[in-house]
Design a protein around this ligand. Structure first.
Ligand SMILES: *Cc1c(COP(=O)(O)O)cnc(C)c1O
Length: 435
């Protein structure tokens, strides 16, 4: 498969280049040059297949020419170590739990697939790849855990001292091995600046074979399509199926569009956002008006300029009518989010996290006008990840899953640095030199 840049369809690269570069040199996002359709027999047999069999077939159809079959199998085995079960909330409403991975959020899927691919490329090139990642919390933990002990890879996580929660910090500072955590005396923006500057430093980039694990990487998107197939397989398919996706950068929703293009018969999508609703606004008005983000209780979706929006347009060849017929926007306030969490807890005893609740409400609004549909909303994180909001809203204690408790018992190991580039440069050359 070749991948083109959304800024220039004639700029095409192979899978390895697209994954190692992340972003195209012209700042476009990579897209597959064609999207193959899965055969009908596969779609019809979905409910008899395991999650791994589904992931394997989707990946083989898309990237089969780029990887030996044995590597593909390894990649899927390593990515899908946990399931994505559905839970029924009403006769025609289901929630798709995407938080059964090591860091309790759907980002584990993308990070693990990316780790597997980069591990393969490192072996093929016979050199170590260094992944630099700046984090304000969640991305760092998903990436660090995905790359832990992947041969040929090394991860350096930069995070702002005192500005991430203890639970988040524990998830990437206690791992050791090929994971190095740098505690930066500065802000998240300082961390991002240091990473950007490292990529502009040609000598450093060459010495360390640097790459990023940014969320715009096409390798993070592909595996997120797997669970749409998995979810569809688990519901009665007699009614049209709608997926409601709580969204920030719109990677998850774009992965759903990919699944549909590959042949999964999805009738509609709901693009559910918090107050950061540039996409729902676009779907209403055809005007895209990115703006600074607003803080909400579903903070992983506080995005004012969603990076995957260009991919959505590209998939539809900028056909607004087609896009706005398939995808319905929904804007949810914090007060509505809390109310929905309370209502579902009262009626079903089910604890939703604030992000999942935004998706749930988006779905509820959609089903008012189309009650014949079967709805699936994506639950993107475990409620324990947002225990503060959940506990104050539901007035109940959230239990920490065992895998989170294990992190909490680990010992924090970091290298403390200032926010000056020279100091950062010296430290990474030093710690990577030691192998
Ligand atoms: C990242 C994240 C989102 C937003 O997903 P996008 O793919 O960026 O739209 C939603 N919920 C949670 C919990 C997240 O971590």
């Amino acid at each position: 498969m070749k991948f083109y840049s959304t800024n220039n369809k004639n700029h095409k690269v192979d899978l390895r280049t697209a994954v190692i570069q992340g972003l195209a040199p012209d700042n476009g996002l990579y897209m597959p040059e064609s999207i193959p359709v899965l055969n009908q027999a596969f779609i019809e047999s979905l409910s008899t297949l395991s999650f791994k069999e589904i992931g394997f077939e989707v990946t083989r159809t898309l990237l089969g020419a780029d990887l030996p079959e044995s590597e593909l199998e390894k990649l899927i085995n390593q990515t899908l170590q946990f399931d994505a079960p559905i839970v029924q909330l009403k006769p025609n409403v289901f929630t798709l739990e995407l938080f059964h991975g090591p860091t309790l959020a759907f980002k584990d899927f993308g990070a693990r697939f990316l780790a597997g691919l980069l591990g393969y490329f490192a072996k093929e090139q016979n050199r170590e790849i260094t992944i630099l990642v700046a984090t304000s919390g969640d991305t760092g933990s998903a990436v660090a855990n995905a790359f832990l002990n992947v041969p040929g890879t090394r991860v350096v996580v930069l995070y702002p001292s005192g500005k991430v929660s203890v639970a988040q910090e524990k998830q990437f500072t206690t791992l050791g091995g090929n994971i190095t955590a740098l505690e930066v005396n500065g802000t998240f923006d300082d961390c991002q600046r240091l990473v950007k500057q490292a990529f502009l430093d040609a000598d450093l980039k060459q010495k360390l074979f640097l790459t990023s694990a940014n969320s715009i990487n096409i390798a993070r998107l592909i595996p997120q399509s797997f669970y749409y197939f998995r979810a569809y397989a688990q519901v009665q398919q007699t009614a049209p199926v709608v997926f409601a996706v709580p969204s920030g950068n719109f990677g998850n929703l774009t992965a759903g569009l990919l699944a549909k293009r590959m042949g999964l018969p999805i009738a509609n999508f709901v693009a559910a956002t918090n107050a950061n609703d540039v996409v729902p606004e676009f779907l209403r008005t055809e005007k895209f008006n990115p703006r600074p983000s607003i803080q909400t209780i579903s903070n992983a979706m506080d995005v004012g300029n969603p990076s995957n929006f260009v991919r959505m347009l590209d998939l539809f060849n900028h056909d607004f009518k087609a896009l706005s017929e398939l995808i319905k926007g929904s804007t949810i306030t914090d007060a509505e989010t809390r109310e929905a969490m309370q209502q579902v807890y009262r009626d079903k005893g089910y604890v939703m996290d604030p992000h999942g609740a935004v998706g749930y409400l988006g779905l509820k609004q959609f089903l008012k006008s189309k009650p014949d549909h079967t709805g699936i909303c994506l639950e993107t994180a475990h409620p324990a990840k947002f225990a503060d909001v959940v506990e104050t809203t539901l007035k109940t204690k959230v239990e920490l899953p065992e895998r989170l408790q294990k992190f909490m018992r680990g010992e924090k190991k970091v290298v403390k640095i200032s926010s000056k580039f020279d100091a950062f440069r010296e430290v990474i050359i030093g710690c990577l030199g030691k192998g």
